[in-house]
Each structure stands twice: as C-alpha cells, then as structure tokens.
Design a protein around this ligand. Structure first.
Ligand SMILES: Cc1cc2nc3c(=O)[nH]c(=O)nc-3n(C[C@H](O)[C@H](O)[C@H](O)COP(=O)(O)OP(=O)(O)OC[C@H]3O[C@@H](n4cnc5c(N)ncnc54)[C@H](O)[C@@H]3O)c2cc1C
Length: 473
C-alpha cells in the first residue's frame, strides 16, 4: 500500500505525523503474530495515543467498510492479530500508561498496551503483585491478555485473567465508547465475562482495571525428576488428590528438557531424563512445610529419581527462567515449531501423553511437551522444518490430531492461547452447529458488519453460513 491510499492521510489526521505505517518494508513485522504459519501484510498500521483517537479511527474505518484488527505486542500464538486481507491494524502499544494504583482497594488501572510484567514490577516494592503470569509476560500487553484470557504458570491457584479483571473501557465496532464492570455485582448481563477472551472480535479494550494481590508470606519451589512420564503424570494427580493446591505445577518431558538445556537458561538437568515436575507452594509460612513434605512423599511413591527444594531465590529464579523460556528454547533444537494448547481432565494425562507419543511416531515429527500440568493445560510443541516440502502442513495436521485427542477425552482445544485463525476448524470438535450459532449471533450484535477482527475465532465463513442456517431453522 502506498501513501497514495487516501485512508493513510485520513488516519494521520487523527493520530498525527509518523503514526501510520504503510510502506511494504514497515508492514513486514505485522504480517503475523507468534503463529507464523500464515502471513499477510495489513493495509496499514495506525498507532493511537488515546481512547478518543481509537474511537475516531474506528468510526472512520467503519464508515468506509474497511476491516480493522486491534493488536498488542503480537505475541499471540493462534493468529488472532494476523491480517487476512485488507485490514488496518490498530496497534495499542502507544497506550501504555499505568494510570492509577490503589493499594488500599488492591487495584490498578492500566492502558491496554501496558506490558504485563511491568505491573508486578511497579508494585513489588510495596509487597504486591499482579497474578496472571504468561511466560511471555516480559512483552505481552494486558489488553492482549484480556482479549485472550491469558493464563500462566501461577494460574493454577490464582485463576486466569478473567479472575483478575474488575472493569474495562471499550470502543465498540461503531466507535462508541462504553464502560463495563467496576461495581461489584453489576446488574444486567456479565459483559466482562463475555469480553474477556473474545479475541478482539467484540470490541477494542482501551482501559482495564485489574486486581492486584499481596505477596504471599512464603513460597517454596520443588524440582522433581522421573524416569518415565507416567510416574510424573500420576504424581500430578496425586498431589492435587492430596488436597494441595500448588501455586504452580508444571511438567516437561524428555524432548522439552533437551530443548531447555540447549537454550539460553540451562540449569543442568541430568541427561536422559524422561520427565520433570516444577512445583511451587505458597501461602502462610506455617502452612508451607507440611505441604512440601507431602509433595516429597507423593513423589517418592511415584518413583522420583531425584527431588530438590530450591535453596534460595536465585536458584528458584533459575528454575523458572529455564521453564518460562521453554518455547523459544525449542529454536535451539529445531528450525521451526508449532505450539499447541489443548486442555484435558488431569486424570487423563498418562493416556493422552501416550496418544501424543503415538501421533509423533506416526508422523515422524518430534513433539516436546511442556505444560501447566496442574490445570491439565497441555502445550505440545510440534518440531518441524518449514524448508522441507509438506512439513508445515504436516505439523498443522499433527496439531489438529492432538487437539482431537484432547476433545475426545472431554477436554478442549485451547486453554489460554485462543482460537484465532489456527483452530477455527477445531471449534467443531467441541461445539455443535447450534452452539456455534449461539456464539456467532452474539458476535453479530457487537460486530454486525464483521469489520472488527473479521473471520477469526469461528469456522470459516462458508461454514458460518451453514451454521447460521442451522440456527434459524
Ligand atoms: C514465548 C511465549 C510464551 C507464551 N506463554 C503464554 C502463557 O504462558 N500463557 C498464555 O496465556 N499465553 C502465552 N503466550 C501467548 C501470548 O503471549 C498471549 O496470548 C498474550 O495474551 C497476547 O498478548 P499480546 O499483547 O501479544 O496480544 P496480541 O498478540 O497483539 O493479540 C492477541 C489477540 O488479542 C487481540 N487484542 C490485542 N489487544 C487488544 C485490545 N486492546 N482490545 C481488543 N483486542 C485486543 C488481538 O486482536 C488478537 O486477537 C505466549 C506467547 C509466547 C510467544
């Protein structure tokens, strides 16, 4: 697109000089998010600085029937911020202020482009933190977290983003500005629940009030090594069955461990290790030791080969850096990887991991499993080489097969990364046509012309037409 495109001038009139990208080379970075399988440049990228500017942009684009996509840091893993053809990206990264902190009422108000980790960093010295901690927290925005209902390692005990959002300001698809939430038990529909996780298809989030929590009095972290994934999987179920709710309960299998040890934050896990658990317990100091003892006992019963408790904050931080950088670390052992995000009932973990192993052997693609085991939220990382003809398509098929396994045991096709464009077809694994039609009819109320992040989240348009027919008949 060139600056001959009249929309570039009109957008610049709203946001100011130097705030609209339109040159081919500038648009490359916006061709996709962290789901790199599909790429398409946007028509332009505009950087508003205020809610009013977002509203004016939306009014301008909708009047001309031009589709648009809200975007945060672009760390999404399902193609939610990826253009499909002719969209203008509305990047919220300039709206990155921490507007207000109220420690007495334990809340903070942020603009959507505020980076997740900055919130914890800004209240840490006062003894507070923001609980949802996606592994991408050093880069992803709270607006993007709301849109994806992001989770993280410590969401097992404290809940995901939806449990921490208290209010929002939104720009609707027609440019109107509204506020939702705020008061406890607002009457009317639960729009906060509806908007959180709506993947940018219902409104643009321009301000967010979030809960902040007091730091736990104490925390302890355990690293446990196993000779097989079954023992590690059973240990996960046994820990929860013992009545312990760890703050985090993470698992990695052999391929994942090889990857993290080849990455930038190795911690010296033994070679040949088949599985490990990273378990963190927090709360009142007096209650921690008995829980740790019980966890160690469970691990012994499940044939743990080595188990250790972090000796200090430095060791704990090293273990977490090793775990939290697991996705990028796969780049050290494979030219490409596709992150999947299925959910299963925790008790089905051993059986599902076995089925994933069978899919891996059949396809010839290695799969590394690194995941939030306590939540049953799997992240199989499918390793492939995009330079080899057909391997990208094979990796996508393998991802879909894995999600089918998750759906078939009563799980779901996404725990935290969203549907985007990646899992549109897989929505049919978990929803009937009538159930999908109920959801798309809600989308149509908020986004009647389908200009706001169009053709995402639900099965492709041709299939949507069939679904609508099913709903109206
Ligand atoms: C290395 C790595 C590790 C990750 N680990 C985790 C993890 O542990 N847990 C987890 O949940 N996710 C994880 N993710 C995925 C990703 O970081 C999250 O989905 C995150 O919430 C995306 O935020 P973002 O600012 O990058 O949003 P983007 O990628 O820019 O956008 C994501 C979606 O949100 C929409 N959107 C963005 N901003 C707004 C807004 N203001 N209003 C309305 N819609 C908006 C976009 O249209 C898009 O559909 C990881 C990603 C990477 C690369």
């Amino acid at each position: 697109m060139s600056n001959q495109d009249p929309i570039i001038q009109q957008l610049t009139e709203i946001t100011g000089k130097g705030t609209v990208l339109f040159r081919k080379e500038d648009l490359i970075a916006y061709e996709c998010d962290g789901y790199t399988i599909h790429k398409q440049p946007p028509r332009a990228v505009v950087f508003p600085s205020s809610t009013l500017e977002v509203s004016r942009i939306v009014k301008l684009l909708s009047a001309q029937n031009i589709p648009f996509i809200p975007r945060g840091a672009g760390t999404g893993l399902s193609g939610g911020a990826t253009p499909l053809g002719g969209e203008v990206i509305i990047s919220l990264v300039k709206m990155k202020r921490l507007l207000h902190v109220d420690l007495e009422n334990r809340l903070a108000v942020v603009e959507p482009g505020y980076v997740n980790l900055k919130l914890t960093n800004s209240v840490a010295s006062k003894g507070y933190y923001y609980a949802p901690d996606p592994s991408s927290q050093y880069a992803c925005t709270i607006g993007g977290n709301v849109a994806e209902n992001a989770g993280g390692a410590h969401c097992l005990k404290y809940g995901v983003t939806t449990n921490h959002v208290l209010g929002m300001e939104l720009v609707l698809a027609n440019g109107d500005i509204i506020e939702i939430g705020g008061a406890p038990d607002s009457p009317g529909y639960d729009l906060m629940g509806l908007l959180t996780g709506s993947e940018g298809t219902l409104a643009i989030v321009t301000k967010i009030t979030v809960r902040i929590l007091k730091n736990p009095e104490d925390k302890r972290t355990v690293l446990a090594y196993f000779n097989n994934v079954e023992d590690a999987s059973y240990a996960v179920s046994d820990i929860i069955a013992a009545g312990i709710v760890p703050a985090a309960l993470e698992m990695m299998d052999e391929v994942a461990i090889i990857g993290v040890e080849a990455g930038n934050y190795p911690v010296g896990h033994p070679e040949g290790l088949k599985a490990l658990l990273l378990i963190e317990v927090d709360g009142i100091a007096a209650g921690i030791e008995p829980q740790i003892e019980e966890i160690l006992e469970v691990c012994q019963k499940r044939n743990v080969t080595q188990v250790k408790v972090a000796e200090n904050d430095q060791e704990r931080a090293r273990w977490w850096a090793n775990r939290k950088t697991a996705f990028p670390a796969m780049g050290a052992i494979s030219p490409d990887y596709l992150v999947q995000d299925g959910v299963i009932p925790r008790s089905r973990l051993p059986e599902v991991l076995e089925k994933i192993e069978a899919i891996s052997s059949q396809s010839g693609l290695r799969i590394a499993n690194v995941f939030h085991a306590g939540d049953g939220n799997l992240h199989p990382l499918i390793l492939f080489d995009a330079r080899k003809p057909g391997e990208t398509e094979l990796a996508s098929q393998v991802g879909s097969d894995v999600l089918k396994v998750c759906a078939d045991v009563g799980g779901s096709i996404t725990g935290e990364h969203g549907v985007g464009i990646e899992k549109q077809h897989e929505m049919t694994f978990v929803f009937s046509d009538q159930e999908l039609a109920a959801q798309t009819s809600i989308r149509d109320v908020f986004n009647p012309n389908n200009l706001l992040n169009p053709d995402k989240l639900f099965p492709k348009p041709s299939r949507c037409a069939e679904i609508r027919k099913a709903f109206s008949s």
